[in-house]
Each structure stands twice: as structure tokens, then as C-alpha cells.
Design a protein around this ligand. Structure first.
Ligand code: C2E
Ligand code: CA
Ligand code: CA
Length: 530
């Protein structure tokens, strides 16, 4: 019986000993009074077990009570062992879940990159540390078009692949995060131009190879704006806003990156001022329409005129449409602007008819005009009231405007085409240039962008592009317009290519309504269809 009691207490002692290690681990993790007391109790029991073992080893015979006590001590030690180990396992699991939660809270679920919250925490720590650093705001060009044309699956895959590729090549001292849809922010522990240039060269190099997703190849271009801490600001919000301003400038100028300068701020303020004046300009009828003829080749007749918007200022200057149209597109006033243009063209056409002038006017449409029914409804109303006939108006749309919402644009253009309106694809060659547009949309005319026409010289790439577009248009049964014809030599070259219409300063600049027909007359051009 002595041996049995001794064995029970000895095993109990072993269980207590092996419970000590996890108990210490728990205490170290939790550092609470409860776990400290439990640890001390185990140590206390350990010595108690030792003393009882010593006692059992030195008595001749154990009583029944001592055997019962030995069994209770053995059971108690197993209980302690199990409780401590289960507790350790539960605590470790809780810690793992908490860690995972924290990771999820700080990382983007799609790309696994640090998210906006993580970025804010990191940049705040850097601001407190006060060592100089630079903030890069990176934005993908034409990402919306990728999403719209091939679908969100491809957009997501592209973001994942791009994040992986950039994370692989960026230096260790870069903090790279995704803060929104296709917007990434990078923190870099350097502010010297050479270092910023070197980092941009790394990013550019990483993007040279297209991203392959399910046999589609995507060439990704990024616009980047950079601001410097503490030189541009010593607080986070203005730093980001300045990097953002620089990013928009880089996008506008189509350069890989722009470093913030206060001149950009000045530009941004000027844009804001123009944007806020647009409503007033509409309400006060400040706009004017100018007309530029499209010359039908080898004939001395003109029939088509492009209506171009002008915004005269009190000091006699003009705000160019390239400046205010994008702002009107941004703040939504473009819809009213287009309706204003349409109403004025209608009045002018009536005025032409009174003078027995048979002309057809080209109107420029923006993406927003094709995203709802406002424009097409007004157009249908004018036709219904007999104020306008579809043969009097050509609708100029750009590839970029179409790409903003291909499905909706297709519906609206198809409807307008069925009503008899002709559609002209403007600035051809500069947009996303998907040839499927030509196949799927009712395009009647292609206008070769002036950047190709102005720079076409014998044998150069622009010349080859113009030739190819003319060939393409002729084969698709579309008429073709070359805009930006500035010299006799280029006009002659386009005549050889049998381009249908020529438009440019060589023939005539855009003129106000009162001057355009006298000018045509003076040039000996008859304004008539045939
Ligand atoms: P766009 O539709 O490509 O219009 C042709 C532009 O080329 C006009 O500039 C015209 O003045 C210019 N141009 C014509 N011939 C030549 C040439 O030989 N050389 C050069 N360098 N330029 C030439 P503008 O009037 O400044 O208009 C710029 C852009 O603003 C237009 O480009 C069009 O996208 C937009 N825009 C103008 N009016 C309207 C409008 O009523 N609505 C909309 N949505 N956009 C308009
Ligand atoms: Ca145009
Ligand atoms: Ca154009």
C-alpha cells in the first residue's frame, strides 16, 4: 500500500511540475493578479506534495485515510494540469484571433497591402518622429475604363498583380499602401530629387511589362504626385492634398510624376474659380458659339461647320474651352452647357435658313451627355417641334466619352442614329482606341485627331497613322475628316489620300457667326450641300 500511495503522490508531483511551465507562460502573457496567485499556489502545492511524499516514504504503514489523500492529490494535480493547458490553448487562440483581426483592420482585403487606417497610423508616427520623408500619391490611368470594358474581375486581378509586382521591387524603406479603389500612397524616407527620381524609375521599370490576365494584356500607366514633409506641410491632411494636386497635374500633363509646388496650388485655385463661375456664365448667357468650316475636298463648297464654344471675359480675353469644358464635366454643368449649345445652334440654323443658307452643324458632346436621356430627349423635342432636322446636325463624340459608359452610350447613340442623326468619332487615335467601338456603334464619320495631322510629314509615323486611319475609315464606309490642317503641303498630302473633309487654320479659323459666311463668300466657297 505504501508503494501505491508513493506512486500516486509522485505522479501528482510530475503533473504539477509540467503544469508550471504553461502557468509561467500564461502569467507572462497576461500579467494579472489572478494568474500570479495561481502560479504561487502551484508552487506552494509542489512543496506540499514533496513534504507529503517524504512523510509517506518514512512511515512503516499507510492508513486508509492517507491512501485516500494520496488519490485526491493525484486527481487534483491532473485537474491543475488540464485546466492550465486548456487555458493556455484558449488564450493563445484568442491572441491569434486578435492578431488576425488587427491585421484585417489594417490591411486591404483585396491586395493584402496596408490600408488607409494603417497608412494614417504610419504617417502620424512619422510626423511625430519628425524626420523628413516624401508622400507619393499614385493613381492608375484609365482604370475605370478597364473595369467598364472588361469587367470588375479583371480590374480586381489587375490591382492584385500590380500590388504584388510593386511590393516586390520597392525598397525596404518604402511604406506602400492602398487607400482607395485605384489609389495607392507610398511613404518614402527620402526627399532628395535624385532619390525620388530613382524610386520613380523603379516604378516605371516595373510597369514596362504588361499585366497578363486570362490571355488579356494590360499596359498600366500610373500618374504620381509627390509632396515633401516637412517642406510642403508638417501636417498630414495638407501633405496628402498637395500630393493629390501634383498627381492630377501629372495626369493632365501625361508625365509619370509631378513634385508639388505652390504654382500647382495657384492653378488649382484658378480652376476652382472658373468652375464656380460656370453657373453664372450660363445664367447670364456669357458664352458664344464660333463656327469652323469643314472643307469638302476638290470642291469649292462647304456644308459642314463645327460649333465651338467660346467664353469671352470682361477684359476682352477668352477662357479656352480646353480649360473650362473639363471643369464643367467635373462639376456636372456640362449637361446645361450642351443644352445651351444645342438651343443656340437651333436658333442659328433658323437664321441660316432665313438667308437661304443650307448648312449642317457639328456639335461636340461630352461623356455626361451620353449617360442619361437629357440631351436625346431635348433633341427629340426640337425635331418634333420642327425646329431641327436630323440632317442639320452631326454629333461629335470622342472615344473617351464613349468609354465612360459603353453600354449606355451604345443605347443612346443607336437611338439617335435610328432617328437619322449622323455620329462622328472625334479625336480618333488619342483615346482608348478600341476598334470594337467602330464595329459596335453606329459611327458614320471618323475625325483624325489634329495631333497626327499637324505633325504628318513624308514617311514619319504620324503620316503612317493618318494613312491607316483613312484606309480604315474608307473600308468601313465612314467618311473621314482631318482636323488641324495648317499648311498647304499637308492639305495636298491629304488630298492625295482622298480624305473627305479638311478642317484647320490653313483654310479658316473658328469665326463668330457674323463673320463665317462673309469669309466663305470671300474665299469663293459656296455654302450648299451639293
Ligand atoms: P475639338 O472637338 O477637337 O475641336 C477642334 C479644336 O481644334 C478647336 O479648338 C479648334 O479651334 C482647333 N483647331 C481647328 N483647326 C486647327 C488647326 O489647324 N490647328 C490647331 N492648332 N487647332 C485647330 P477649340 O475651339 O479651342 O476647342 C478645343 C476643344 O474644346 C474641342 O476640341 C472640344 O473638345 C472642346 N469643345 C469646344 N466646344 C465645345 C462644346 O460646345 N462642347 C463640348 N463638349 N466640348 C467643346
Ligand atoms: Ca470636335
Ligand atoms: Ca477633335
Amino acid at each position: 500500500m505504501n508503494i501505491l500511495s508513493i506512486c500516486l503522490v509522485a505522479f501528482g508531483l510530475i503533473f504539477l511540475s509540467v503544469s508550471l511551465k504553461p502557468a509561467i507562460k500564461i502569467y507572462k502573457q497576461e500579467r494579472s493578479v489572478g494568474w500570479k496567485s495561481l502560479l504561487l499556489l502551484i508552487i506552494f502545492f509542489f512543496f506540499g506534495y514533496c513534504a507529503f511524499l517524504y512523510y509517506l516514504a518514512h512511515i512503516p504503514n499507510v492508513s486508509i485515510i492517507e491512501i485516500c489523500l494520496s488519490s485526491i492529490l493525484f486527481g487534483g494535480s491532473i485537474f491543475v494540469f488540464m485546466v492550465i493547458n486548456f487555458s493556455l490553448r484558449s488564450i493563445e487562440e484568442l491572441h491569434r484571433i486578435a492578431q488576425q483581426e488587427r491585421h484585417n483592420a489594417l490591411h486591404d482585403s483585396l491586395t493584402g497591402l496596408p490600408n488607409r487606417l494603417h497608412f494614417t497610423e504610419t504617417v502620424s508616427a512619422k510626423v511625430i518622429a519628425a524626420a523628413p520623408f516624401s508622400v507619393f500619391v499614385l493613381d492608375l490611368n484609365d482604370f475605370k475604363q478597364i473595369n467598364d470594358v472588361v469587367g470588375h474581375y479583371y480590374g480586381d486581378q489587375l490591382l492584385i498583380k500590380l500590388s504584388k509586382r510593386l511590393s516586390r521591387v520597392l525598397p525596404e524603406d518604402c511604406f506602400f499602401s492602398r487607400v482607395g479603389g485605384d489609389e495607392f500612397v507610398l511613404l518614402f524616407d527620402a526627399i532628395e530629387h535624385v532619390e525620388i527620381d530613382a524610386l520613380m524609375a523603379i516604378i516605371d521599370k516595373a510597369l514596362i511589362k504588361p499585366f497578363n490576365i486570362n490571355s488579356y494584356n494590360f499596359n498600366v500607366r500610373i500618374s504620381t504626385g509627390v509632396s515633401l514633409f516637412p517642406y510642403h506641410s508638417s501636417t498630414i491632411a495638407p501633405l496628402l492634398q498637395k500630393a493629390d494636386t501634383a498627381m492630377y497635374e501629372s495626369k493632365k500633363q501625361q508625365v509619370p510624376y509631378r513634385l508639388y509646388s505652390h504654382i500647382l496650388d495657384h492653378d488649382a485655385k484658378a480652376r476652382l474659380a472658373i468652375s464656380s463661375k460656370l453657373h453664372l456664365a450660363l445664367a447670364e448667357n456669357q458664352f458664344q458659339l464660333y463656327y469652323q468650316p469643314l472643307i469638302k475636298l476638290q470642291k469649292t463648297k462647304v456644308h459642314h461647320f463645327e460649333a465651338l464654344l467660346r467664353w469671352p471675359q470682361a477684359d476682352g480675353s477668352f477662357i479656352p474651352p480646353d480649360k473650362f469644358i473639363p471643369l464643367a464635366e467635373q462639376n456636372g454643368t456640362i449637361r446645361q452647357v450642351t443644352l445651351w449649345v444645342l438651343d443656340n445652334i437651333t436658333q442659328h440654323l433658323a437664321h441660316f435658313a432665313e438667308q437661304d443658307i443650307d448648312a449642317c452643324v457639328h456639335i461636340n458632346l461630352s461623356a455626361r451627355d451620353l449617360q442619361d436621356d437629357g440631351f436625346s430627349t431635348r433633341l427629340a423635342g426640337l425635331v418634333r417641334e420642327g425646329l431641327l432636322s436630323p440632317a442639320q446636325l452631326v454629333l461629335e463624340v470622342t472615344e473617351t466619352a464613349i468609354m465612360a459608359d459603353v453600354a449606355k452610350t451604345r443605347d443612346i447613340l443607336s437611338l439617335l442614329s435610328r432617328q437619322g442623326f449622323k455620329i462622328s468619332l472625334d479625336d480618333f487615335g488619342t483615346g482608348f482606341s478600341s476598334l470594337s467601338i467602330l464595329r459596335e456603334l453606329p459611327i458614320n464619320q471618323i475625325k483624325i485627331d489634329r495631333s497626327f495631322v499637324m505633325a504628318m510629314h513624308n514617311g514619319n509615323t504620324n503620316n503612317a497613322i493618318v494613312r491607316s486611319i483613312v484606309f480604315l475609315a474608307q473600308n468601313l464606309g465612314c467618311s473621314v475628316v482631318a482636323e488641324g490642317v495648317e499648311s498647304k503641303a499637308i492639305a495636298a498630302e491629304l488630298a492625295l489620300l482622298r480624305c473627305d473633309y479638311l478642317q484647320g487654320y490653313y483654310y479658316c479659323k473658328p469665326l463668330p457667326l457674323a463673320l463665317v459666311f462673309p469669309y466663305c463668300e470671300q474665299q469663293g466657297w459656296k455654302v450648299a450641300l451639293q
